[in-house]
Structure formats: C-alpha cells, structure tokens
Design a protein around this ligand. Structure first.
Ligand SMILES: NC(=O)c1ccc[n+]([C@@H]2O[C@H](COP(=O)([O-])OP(=O)(O)OC[C@H]3O[C@@H](n4cnc5c(N)ncnc54)[C@H](OP(=O)(O)O)[C@@H]3O)[C@@H](O)[C@H]2O)c1
Length: 435
C-alpha cells in the first residue's frame, strides 16, 4: 500500500491540541498501517505563537491567523480543540461551508449549535464528527451511530462528569462537600471556578448530545432539566449508605411513548447497579435498547491524551471515509415531543421528618397510597424530638411523588423536610422482564 501524505490542521494547541499532535506523530506508523495515510499537522491555530509548549510544533506550524487554515485547500480535516463557543463556532461554520471536514471536542458548541453546524456540513458535503465532546476517551458516539445503527435505544443513563463523581466519592470517604471540592481542585480535577461541573452544566451539554444521537431527535440544551450537587449533604450520603446505595450525579435520557425526557441531577444508585461501581473521576454510560438489552461503557471522561485519542480516531475516520458519504449526515431524522416532567416514571428515595409518636407512620402511608405511591422499603431513624423516615418507592411518575410530598408537608405531624431523589436500581434487562 503506498503511503499518502495527509496535511491536517488544529484550531487550538493547548492541553488537547498538543496531545493530538503528539499522538499523530507517535502513532503515525500504526495509522499508516491501518489506513494507508500519514496524517501530518500542517497548521495549528493559537492566540500566542511565542508561548512555550509542552509538545513543541515544528517551525511555521503555529499560527495566529485563522485564514491560513481556512484558505489552504490541501488541508484534509481540521480538529477544533480550542474551546469556548465563540470564535470556535464561527470558525467551524466557515470551514464546513467551505467544504472542509471538521472534528470537535467542544460539547458546549455541539449542544448549543448542533443544528446550524450540521446544516453547514450538509451544505458543504462534508463530515462533522464530535466523539471527544462527550466523555473523552469513551467511544459512545461511535457506538450509538455505528454499532447500534439498527437498535432502538430508549434509555441512556450516565455518570458523565468526573469532577462531581470524584467529589461525591470523597464525601463517601468522610469529607464534607467543601473539603472534597478543595481536594478535587488540588488534584486538577476541578477548575478554580467549578460552577460548570458542580451545577451540572457540563453534564447537561453531554446529555443533550447523547440524547440527540440516541433518539435521532434534537434535544436543545434548554430542554435538559438540571440540578447540581451543591445541595448534597453528608447526611444524604449517609442515608444512601444505610439503604445500600450511593449518591451519584446521574444523567438520564428517556424515551417514553415517543416523547423525550432528559435530566441531570443527584440520584441514589443501588450498590448492585453497574453505575454504582464507577468511582472517582471516571465516567460511564449505560445504553438500553430493544436489540441490545444493555451496554455499559466506562473509562476516563477527561484528560488531554484521553480526549486526544478520540479526536485522532475521528480524524482518521474522516480521512478514511472521504467521498463515501458515510456518516456525513446530521444524526437527527425526526422530531419528538418532550415528555411532561411529571410523567417520568422512576423509583424514588423520600426523606421525611415527622413527629415521633404512634399513628404518624400510618398517616404517612395513607398519604403515599392516596397519591398512588407504593413503598418498597422504609427505614425509620430517631432524630432530635422527631423521626426521620427514609422511604424507597416502587416506580412512580414524578408528578405523583410531588403530590404525595405536598400532602405530607401539609400534615400537622410534618416537621418540615420532605424531599425526593430518583433512584437508579434494577438493571434495564430486569426492568424489561428479560432477565
Ligand atoms: N482538557 C480536557 O480534559 C478536555 C476533555 C474533554 C474535552 N475538552 C475540550 O477540548 C477543548 C480544548 O480543551 P483544552 O483543555 O485543550 O483547552 P486549552 O488548554 O485552554 O487550549 C486551548 C487552545 O486554543 C487556543 N485558543 C483559544 N482561544 C483562541 C482564539 N480565540 N484564537 C486562537 N486560538 C485560541 C489557545 O491558544 P494559546 O495556547 O495561545 O492560549 C490554546 O492553544 C475544549 O473544547 C474542551 O472543552 C477538553
């Protein structure tokens, strides 16, 4: 097989960009062996060409002028690894419209502007790939788009933010939220400003992308219901442990009767569920569908070299399929309605504070039954002049749980707190009756 020299370009030469360059150089022989192509970084866009770089680029490769990349017709594919929605978005649009394939690691860009980007890719007749934008090294987009092309995936469950998973794991080891966050920052897992991670914003962008690809219907970022982990207390972590569960920040995309619900929030995960075993800064995504039952992918969800491996795989895939039409299309092919929030069925964990005397439990049980909430487990703990009830329900639509909580809060025996978190328990195959 004769080798073909393929000039490529990078937008950005930071943590990920420099790692992409390093992988392309160090793996050049392997890439050539499997594809017949040698991908060579011809240009990389940066702000400051004089800055010291971890993996140095040859003279003349770094440029601060986007036009030198846009206007070079020899460049076969461009990897956008600069971050921020702008100017990255404008550059990607220009490249796609000019007929230049692009791969991107930018979740906020894909989640916010996917429709516009894919329209430009279609107009330019080129591919836009975005594997690295979701869970870095875990090849979940490829699995959804290629391996599961004929599978009706109806649920995606994920731990898609390593920073929050690390913080929650540390809280289980006895640290407070503030201590765990400080440790995450010290180890470089959390940014100085951790808002995007701890408020669930990063996870929401990934879940919007995953749901869009899994269900073939565009899920705008604004349609994702988001709650972060700031409200998770050591008490809640202890309550989970007492019930053989773990508190995790769970992304959940569900298809119910051709309607879509996508949410990110803390949940109680049963110790026997595969997602309960995901520790520290790791990510995992569980896909459930008709033909596959369930597939769980787990691995590092961030990191320069990990993200770069997905970027390089996308670049190689683009070069290998140029001119074939393979995966040039928008993953979206239909429009599904959102599921009204109250209709999402899930088991729930309820934490209730009530007066500690005979007859109160019966009142609570009555209110739960009246709202159609059936109890799977109940643990009672004595408190300071009151009792704390930890209740795990069977699968119930969220609206019925909310109605039961409202009714319980209004009881004279209530002592204030009445809150609910979803529970991730049985594996999908068991829920579906296939086990
Ligand atoms: N790092 C990770 O673990 C990770 C994981 C998954 C996804 N990602 C995504 O990968 C992308 C890159 O992340 P990163 O960690 O590599 O970021 P980074 O280290 O901050 O690098 C950004 C690079 O882009 C260049 N750049 C930024 N704005 C520019 C502008 N306006 N004009 C020209 N160049 C510009 C910077 O140039 P200078 O070097 O001159 O400043 C730098 O080389 C982001 O979308 C991020 O969300 C990262």
């Amino acid at each position: 097989m004769s080798s073909v020299d393929v000039p490529v370009a990078l937008l950005g030469y930071g943590t990920v960009g420099a790692a992409v360059h390093r992988l392309l150089e160090e793996s050049a022989d392997e890439i050539e062996r499997s594809t017949g192509h040698r991908l060579r970084v011809a240009r990389a866009l940066v702000r400051d060409t004089a800055k010291e770089r971890g993996f140095a680029a040859a003279a003349g490769v770094l440029t601060a002028d986007f036009a030198t990349i846009r206007d070079d017709p020899s460049i076969a594919v461009v990897a956008e690894v600069m971050g921020d929605v702008e100017p990255a978005g404008a550059y990607v649009l220009e490249l796609l419209r000019a007929g230049r394939p692009v791969v991107t690691a930018n979740k906020q860009l894909v989640a916010r502007h996917g429709a516009e980007l894919f329209e430009a890719a279609a107009a330019g007749g080129v591919q836009l790939r975005f594997e690295a934008s979701v869970c870095a090294a875990i090849p979940v987009i490829k699995v959804l788009r290629e391996s599961l092309v004929v599978t009706n995936v109806h649920r995606v469950l994920g731990i898609v933010n390593g920073t929050t998973n690390f913080i929650l794991s540390e809280m289980e080891a006895g640290r407070s939220y503030a201590e765990a966050l400080a440790e995450a920052q010290r180890l470089g897992y959390a940014e100085g400003d951790p808002t995007d991670d701890v408020e669930g914003i990063d996870a929401a962008a990934k879940m919007a992308i995953l749901a869009t690809v899994a269900f073939g219907s565009r899920v705008p970022l604004e349609a994702v219901s988001v709650e972060g982990i700031r409200g998770v207390t050591s008490d809640l972590v202890a309550a989970a442990r007492a019930l053989d569960m773990r508190v995790k920040l769970i992304g959940r995309a569900t298809l119910v009767d051709q309607r879509v619900d996508v949410r990110v929030g803390p949940a109680f995960v049963d110790q026997r569920h595969p997602l309960a075993a995901v520790d520290g800064a790791f990510n995992a995504v569980m896909l459930q569908g008709d033909a596959i039952r369930e597939i769980t992918l787990e691995g590092p969800g961030a990191g320069g070299i990990e993200t770069a491996s997905a970027v390089v795989a996308d670049m190689v895939a683009v070069v290998g399929t140029i001119g074939t039409g393979f995966l040039q299309s928008d993953p979206v092919w239909r429009t599904l309605e959102p599921l009204p929030a109250g209709e999402l069925p899930s088991p729930y964990y309820l934490r209730l504070q009530v007066e500690d005397r005979a007859g109160v439990l019966a009142r609570i049980a009555h209110e739960l039954a009246a709202a159609g909430v059936s109890v799977a487990r109940l643990v009672q703990q004595p408190g300071d002049g009151h009792a704390v009830l930890h209740v795990v329900t069977h699968e119930t639509p969220a609206g019925q749980v909310a109605a039961a909580l409202d009714a319980i809060r209004g009881l004279p025996e209530s002592r204030g707190e009445a809150s609910a978190l979803p529970v991730v328990s049985d594996r999908g195959v068991e829920e579906l009756g296939w086990a």
